[in-house]
Design a protein around this ligand. Structure first.
Ligand SMILES: Nc1ncnc2c1ncn2[C@@H]1O[C@H](COP(=O)(O)OP(=O)(O)O)[C@@H](O)[C@H]1O
Ligand SMILES: Cc1ncc(COP(=O)(O)O)c(N)n1
Length: 236
């Protein structure tokens, strides 16, 4: 049995709540193999983003080629892309593949600003999203602010996310988890509306799990562990 493969193209969060850590944990929980390409290294904690170091675009392009030339990637999910050059590289490396080369479907989570407030994309990055990446995406998952900042894209597959009614302080990484879950369900062959509904249900389950947690000095991470953790040999 070969699992579906999903490739996340995103940045690191050392606290493990958002970015690639969230993406890979979500893929594993939902039964797809996760590959990961790093776009930037961030310095952040549950209080905020303190520094962002984008990688050279050529290095991002080389990582994407290494994965796509080797693994049968069903879906590519993008998170924080950090520079306009990196957005262009994603378009050139993924969307320009022919269907006979097995072009993956593209889930774009436009990360423009952290929930803790820091801007993560300048005007040049927004323009590259608007003009180049969003038009070739299968699914786009902006929140209301990102939807407005991107000029309210009007195309099939735009799913505007609207938070929810679970009251919690542990929601760091929720947007990344939602888009990754949606990508995982798509890779399993689910249609877009059903994948979006199942992703919302998955996030609800994980937010309920992390609700009582006391992790970090700010907004703690959404749970990336399972509701039935394997505790045999771990619990004292
Ligand atoms: N507090 C919440 N209660 C229930 N579901 C939530 C909550 N926050 C987020 N979600 C789910 O996760 C999705 C993405 O969350 P959202 O807050 O819109 O993302 P972002 O972090 O990108 O702003 C929402 O559409 C919803 O399905
Ligand atoms: C590396 C990285 N990617 C994405 C986000 C946004 O996540 P959130 O909206 O939960 O702050 C983040 N803070 N860091």
């Amino acid at each position: 049995m070969t699992p579906p493969v999903v490739l996340a193209i995103a940045a690191t969060d050392p606290g493990g709540g958002a970015g690639l850590a969230a993406d890979l944990a979500t893929f594993a929980a939902l039964g797809v193999h996760g590959a990961c390409v790093v776009t930037a290294v961030t310095v952040q904690d549950t209080l905020g983003v303190h520094a962002v170091h984008p990688l050279p675009a050529e290095l991002v392009a080389a990582q994407i080629a290494a994965v796509l030339d080797d693994l049968p990637v069903a879906v590519v999910k993008t998170g924080m892309l950090a520079s306009a050059e990196i957005v262009e590289v994603v378009v050139a490396s993924v969307a320009s593949r022919s269907l006979s080369q097995g072009r993956p479907r593209l889930v774009v989570d436009p990360v423009l600003r952290a929930s803790t407030g820091t801007e993560l994309a300048d005007e040049e990055v927004r323009r590259a999203y608007r003009d180049l990446l969003i038009p070739v995406a299968t699914v786009v998952t902006p929140n209301e602010d990102e939807f407005a900042a991107l000029g309210r894209p009007d195309q099939p597959g735009v799913v505007v996310t609207r938070g929810g009614d679970i009251e919690t302080t542990n929601d760091h990484g929720t947007g990344c988890t939602y888009a990754s879950a949606l990508a995982a369900y798509l890779a399993h062959g689910t249609d877009i509306p059903t994948a979006a509904a199942r992703a919302a249900a998955y996030v609800t389950r994980q937010l309920n799990l992390s609700r009582p947690w006391d992790l970090g000095r700010g907004r703690g991470p959404v749970a990336h562990i399972s509701t039935s953790p394997i505790t045999e040999g771990v619990t004292p």
